[in-house]
Write a protein that binds this ligand. Structure first.
Ligand code: GTP
Length: 737
């Protein structure tokens, strides 16, 4: 039985089609034999590493994760994305398409350390999934295709890691490719990520002849001899470099080691001092353990990123990467998590992911920051201000889960029974514990009660970007509407980037998502997981609107014998003032927060409102004020003139030179603007901006234009005003003309 994979590289996603399948995985100790894990359910916090694997699509995250699981003893057979039988890509869509959609958590042990690893998606439509994972991780491995260096999505996830101050290790994968180049990749990390790469290894051989690496800290030569086709790379040779080795290699290693020592000394004062006091005669004599300690300090301080290389697919270089995770990435106790100190030893955890399981209901992933989590106990959700009972506690092994009696700070746990909890919620042991933490926070900061108990003791979540695409979704029959609503509710709890609303005019349910692929996957999941064959309307772009100039309007609303007057003025600066009767504030605020544009009813942006006065008579109802303010606003908006803003994407296309001109010609017809054309080996990398509305179905067109020899990535850049001609065309189309 074979899973075939057709890598159609010119795609919003790389599309790998299933031919036929019968997936059977062999887990080393699952489901019956989980002794090794149970033996150390709660390891010492210094031995825990909560890490994520992140990269551009197709860099090899899942392949690398598979090798880690295999070498750690977690699986007994190597999974392969191309065969659709990896552990972490367990959703049917992931296996069919060969891409990661959901971040999956796996727990395994490596050299007496507990590694909680999250494999994150590379496709831009699922960026939020990466950010949610990074929010709760202590370190990350950034995987690169060594022939491509830093690619578009790597930049995005790198920025996310920086935002959450997550120390990283870089892994230059695919060193077996003929175009793989160490110096090019290092330079692109330096240039594009503005990071400080600290090279810890030198590759042995290149392309097909890549056989291993030299560890610059220890001067050990690590070689993986491919004895047979099916060699799993578990066994490799480690021996010191000696004079019998190739003189060129000796020279290269000696220079690279000297450069490493110098670089680390520049970044770490303690190491510099050690060199100058104890090894001033011969820097090279510095013990590797001292160098390793210094590299660790540099990594944790995020002054530099260790760089390793290998080829996961060819089973080379993954064990040293695991060693590097343990050696250089931080334990939970080495990370500073604000707020946690207010809880002392009380439970404080963050819900960072929700999954719906048909049998067990919602499964909530929690990162425990302090205290201990136990099953069959009640926990308090600060964000929702409710208390829920947790029935079971599990350790996540991708789609397999092992039940455990308790879990301590620093770990990632999976809970059953929390039905109200949503991604981003803070979970504590009780309301009293939250109040005690709030008191500690106030005492410590010297701020009075005013600061707000809630804000002080809640862990910050993740910002959810606005969706850029939407379409209507309809059940096959009205009888299925309730089922569809339930499915959408469940999917929304899992995925905060999915928005669902009801169109006020047509009453239709509208799905709003981050891209074509995102909406396609949601549609597919409703069919497979909830058994509802829905119909999707045409995909539409989420435009915005703004006004052209300032305007003011006055309105009067008369009801029975009561009347009042409201004047609204729209101005260009951010000012918001209101003067009204007590009790009407909320109504007015609500009215101002949800205005829609005058042209097509899209959300307004860049508009500020000043209500000059609201005059009411005694007994005027808030609803009347609201209606009057709305009317005034509409009037003022019409007077202010409308302008449609359209989402403009940054596009990166990597294409063979011979196809460049046809890609450029096509882009011109799509109202694209070319920003730069760079060379990458034999390929050209085209950087451009293009309106999202012009990019529907681009993957198919690009595939045709380039005979499948191009890849592209698309990311929201900005919203721009449409020119009058394009705007008119859009208005006519929307009006059905
Ligand atoms: N030549 C070569 N190909 C590799 C290597 N590692 C992975 N690949 C291939 O690259 C493709 C993508 O690998 P994945 O592991 O799915 O990459 P990913 O980063 O997890 O992809 P997404 O989750 O979809 O973002 C697959 O066809 C792999 O077989 C490698 O070391 N060398």
């Amino acid at each position: 039985m074979i899973w075939g994979r057709y890598l159609i590289t010119a795609g919003l996603q790389s599309c790998r089609c299933r031919v036929s399948c019968q997936v059977k995985r062999h887990y080393s100790f699952l489901p019956d034999d989980v002794k090794s894990l149970r033996a150390v359910v709660n390891p010492d916090i210094s031995k825990i590493r909560n890490i994520g694997i992140m990269a551009h699509i197709d860099a090899g995250k899942t392949t690398t994760t598979e090798r880690m699981l295999y070498y750690s003893g977690y699986t007994r057979a190597l999974g392969d994305v191309d065969d659709g039988d990896t552990v972490t890509d367990f959703m049917a869509q992931e296996r069919e398409r060969g891409i990661t959609i959901q971040s999956a958590a796996v727990t395994f042990d490596w050299k007496s350390h507990r590694i909680n690893l999250i494999d994150t998606p590379g496709h831009v439509d699922f960026t939020l999934e990466v950010e949610r994972a990074l929010r709760v991780l202590d370190g990350a491995v950034a995987v690169f295709d060594a022939s491509a260096g830093v690619e578009a999505q790597t930049l995005t996830v790198w920025r996310q890691a920086e935002k959450h101050h997550v120390p990283c290790v870089c892994f230059l994968n695919k060193m077996d490719k003929p175009a793989a180049k160490l110096s090019f990749s290092i330079e692109s990390i330096r240039q594009k990520l503005k990071a400080n790469p600290v090279l810890l290894q030198i590759p042995l051989g290149s392309g097909k002849n890549f056989t291993g690496v030299v560890d610059l800290l220890t001067n050990q030569k690590l070689t993986w001899q491919q004895r047979s086709m099916g060699d799993d790379g578990r066994v490799f040779e480690s021996k010191p470099l000696d004079q019998s080795d190739d003189p060129e290699l000796l020279q290269e290693v000696s220079e690279a080691r000297a450069a490493l020592i110098e670089q680390v000394a520049d970044l770490d004062d303690e190491f510099a001092e050690l060199l100058l006091t104890d090894f001033s005669d011969n820097f090279d004599a510095v013990p590797s353990v001292k160098l390793q300690e210094a590299v660790r300090r540099v990594t944790l301080a995020r002054k530099g990123v260790p760089v390793l290389c290998g080829s996961s697919l060819r089973n080379k270089g993954v064990q040293p990467l695991l060693d590097a995770i343990v050696a250089y990435l931080p334990a939970p106790s080495e990370r500073h998590h604000d707020l946690v100190r207010w809880y002392k030893d009380d439970l404080c955890a963050l819900a960072f992911k929700v999954l719906h399981d048909k049998q067990r209901g919602p499964l909530v992933f929690l990162r425990i920051y302090s205290g201990t989590l136990k099953p069959q106990t009640a926990v308090h959700n600060i964000n929702r201000n409710n208390t829920e009972r947790m029935s079971r506690l599990l350790v996540p092994f991708a789609d397999q889960h092992v039940e455990i009696p308790s879990m301590t700070a620093g770990n990632i746990a999976l809970t059953v029974g929390l039905k109200q909890t949503v991604t981003g919620d803070t979970i504590v042991s009780s309301k009293a514990s939250a109040a005690a933490a709030a008191r500690r926070a106030q005492d410590d900061s010297g701020m009075g009660k005013k600061r707000g108990e809630h804000a002080a003791v809640v862990l910050s979540g993740v910002e959810v970007p606005d969706p850029v695409f939407f379409c209507t979704i309809e059940p096959p029959t009205m009888a299925k509407q309730a089922d569809l609503e339930n499915a959408l509710n469940c999917l929304q709890r899992e995925d905060p980037s999915l928005k669902v609303r009801v169109d006020p005019d047509s009453g239709q349910t509208v799905l709003c998502g981050m891209g074509e692929l995102h909406i396609e996957i949601i549609h597919d999941r409703i069919r497979r997981e909830y058994g509802i064959e829905t119909h999707l309307g045409p995909l539409q772009v989420a435009y915005r609107e703004t006004i052209l100039h300032e305007a003011s309007a006055t309105g009067t609303n008369i009801s029975l014998s009561k009347h009042f007057l409201a004047d609204c003025v729209f101005i260009g600066t951010v000012t918001y003032r209101y003067h009204c009767q007590k009790g009407l504030t909320d109504t007015l605020t609500q009215c101002l927060l949800t205005p829609s544009g005058p042209l097509l009813g899209y959300p307004l942006q860049g508009v500020s409102t000043l209500i000059q006065s609201v005059n009411t008579e005694p007994g005027t109802s808030p609803a009347m004020v609201s209606a009057c303010v709305s009317r005034c606003m509409l009037k003022a908006l019409r007077l202010a003139g409308g302008q449609v803003l359209e989402p403009v994407m940054s596009l990166e296309v990597t294409v063979e030179e011979e196809h460049l001109s046809s890609v450029l010609g096509d882009l011109a017809q799509r109202r694209g603007t070319v920003r730069d054309i760079q060379s990458r080996h034999d390929n050209k990398v085209l950087l451009a901006t293009v309106p999202l509305a012009e990019m529907m179905g681009y993957s198919t067109i690009l595939r045709t234009l380039t005979s499948g020899n191009a890849t592209f990535s698309l990311e929201l850049d900005t919203y721009e005003a449409m020119n009058p001609q394009d705007q008119n065309t859009l208005l006519k189309r929307m009006a059905g003309l």
